[in-house]
Design a protein around this ligand. Structure first.
Ligand code: BES
Ligand code: MN
Ligand code: ZN
Length: 498
């Protein structure tokens, strides 16, 4: 299935005032209790009696409120007023939400969308990026699997009105980053009969080809030679061959930092013999490659942005967790590539087994830092819900860097404890460790399990995206379904070190 190439809209700053703007749909943001001046300005441009009509609609500019006017004239033929809540509380996320709301209201138009949202006291360049990303990402729709997609038009041009010239500084990063997010969404949303370990490797090959990245794929035999017994155990019940993917971005010029991104890449997780039954939505386990989607999406963005001074390694141990006569038995003992023996007391804790060998491999590249992303535990979903991913690290600098990157991206990320005493929960009678600890603190013991495979001299962070990878109802700029979570945080983090 080919990616759904929607032609990206042109995005620019409109250099003059609202009065001289022309276009098809105009979206204007308003603060609660402060609508008068803006309404006067707007009435001058679009005609009278707006205040009265808003009052009829009982519109008070609360955050999330929207008033949609189809005008009889053209230029603009549609006016959308969105509420931003209280002026003193304005955050980038309010702009994202309002922009997404306004953009969705513009669906059906195929002309120019003008957007004028108040941004003070925020930094104008950050405001511009937040708005532009929200518009592109909220208009995205995945129609690859429809036989006849319903016709749908969206504005072809976005003009940001009322921002100073300085706001345009980084606007050219918007398309590369959004293309990365959309790639991640498409990979996650693709069903497991279409998105397989082999097709994930093909996607990596395509990225390598189109964007000048270096690619190495280890086949089953190569992984066996490296004695990746934990990873290979997971896929031994699947008819599909595993693909161990290693993509590298080489910057131009001297290299200051070498980073590794590792993504969990289970193209389907049935649970194995500890089969997912009862409340677990097994049909959603196509999203269990969300970590790999995020790192590949980030790779796509990085390859286009070409940050200087950083070399980036993207590593994915892709496979399926299935059942057949040769699948792993609950209770099997296997040996990972660093020699650690693991008792697999639960075949559904498979992600950490694939990551064990992927992390050993990442450490062998001797990077300056490693970040892994994984839809690792249901326990993390219970702890933090759908909007916040958890992260674990013992490196303060890395913790700071990731938190800052996630904040700027508008992606929820919360640090969790690497409580070393909980390591006792992984003690095995016969092997060095077992793969599954007790239910309480399940996402912490999962992180501690991964730590067993990390060279202690390399700063490492683990991000559990089990909750954020998918959205039931859609939220903010994310449509329902795959969110593409992680791409923007990773890109910000990498670019912050270049
Ligand atoms: N892929 C799942 C984690 C998951 C569960 C993600 C629900 C999103 C929603 C993972 O492989 C898994 O099955 N984890 C088990 C671990 C348990 C057996 C220790 C879990 O969380 O139940
Ligand atoms: Mn599982
Ligand atoms: Zn899984």
């Amino acid at each position: 299935i080919a990616p759904s190439h929607q032609h990206p809209m042109e995005i620019c700053l409109f250099p003059a005032t609202l009065q001289s703007w022309t276009g098809d749909v105009l979206v204007v943001g308003m603060f609660e209790g402060d609508m008068e001046d803006r309404l006067n300005d707007l009435e001058k441009r679009c005609g009278g009696s707006l205040a009265q009509r808003l009052e009829q609609k009982m519109f008070t500019a609360k955050s999330g409120e929207i008033a949609n006017f189809q005008l009889l004239q053209s230029n603009p033929s549609q006016l959308v007023i969105v509420g931003l809540g209280e002026a003193q509380k304005l955050m980038l996320d309010d702009l994202r939400k309002a922009a997404a709301l306004g953009a969705r209201a513009s669906i059906g138009s195929s002309g120019t969308l003008g957007m004028m949202l108040p941004w003070e006291p925020l930094v104008p360049a950050a405001a511009a990026i937040a708005i532009a990303e929200a518009v592109r990402l909220s208009l995205y729709k995945d129609v690859r699997f429809r036989s006849t997609p319903e016709p749908r038009s969206t504005p072809t041009k976005l003009e940001l009105i009322g921002l100073p010239d300085t706001a345009g500084a980084d606007l050219q990063t918007v398309h590369p980053i959004c293309a990365g997010v959309e790639l991640a969404r498409e990979l996650v949303a693709a069903p497991p009969n279409s998105l397989t370990p082999a097709s994930l490797a093909e996607t990596a090959a395509q990225l390598a080809h189109e964007h000048g990245l270096q690619l190495k794929v280890l086949e089953r035999a190569d992984c066996a030679e490296k004695e990746m017994g934990a990873y290979l155990a997971v896929c031994q019940g699947s008819d599909l061959d595993p693909k161990f993917i290693h993509l590298t971005y080489h910057p131009q010029g001297p290299i200051q930092r070498r980073l590794a991104l590792v993504g969990k890449g289970l193209t389907f997780d049935s649970g194995g013999y500890n089969l997912k039954v009862g409340t677990a939505q097994i049909e959603l386990m196509k999203f269990d490659m969300g970590g790999s989607a995020a790192v590949l999406g980030a790779a796509r963005a990085i390859a286009e942005l070409r940050p200087k001074g950083v070399e980036v390694h993207i590593i994915v141990a892709a496979c399926e967790n299935m059942v057949n006569g040769s699948a792993v038995h609950p209770g099997d003992i296997v040996r990972a590539s660093n020699g650690t023996t693991i008792e697999i007391n639960n075949t559904d804790a498979e992600g950490r087994l694939t990551l064990a060998d992927a992390l050993v491999y990442a450490c062998e590249q001797k990077p300056d830092a490693i970040v892994d992303l994984a839809t690792l535990t249901g326990a993390c979903v219970v702890a933090l819900g759908e909007e916040i991913a958890g992260f674990w690290t013992s490196d303060e600098h890395l913790a700071q860097g990731l938190s800052t990157a996630a904040d700027a991206a508008g992606e929820g990320l919360w640090r969790m404890p690497l409580q070393s005493s909980y390591r006792d929960g992984l003690k095995s009678l016969h092997a060095d460790v077992k793969n599954t600890g007790p239910r309480p603190g399940g996402s912490i013991t999962a992180a501690l399990f991964l730590k067993e495979f990390i060279d202690e001299s390399i700063p490492w962070a683990h991000i559990d995206i089990a909750g954020t990878v998918w959205s039931e109802k859609g939220r903010g700029l994310d449509p329902s379904g795959a969110t593409g979570y992680g791409v923007r945080t990773l890109v910000n983090w990498i670019c912050s070190q270049s």
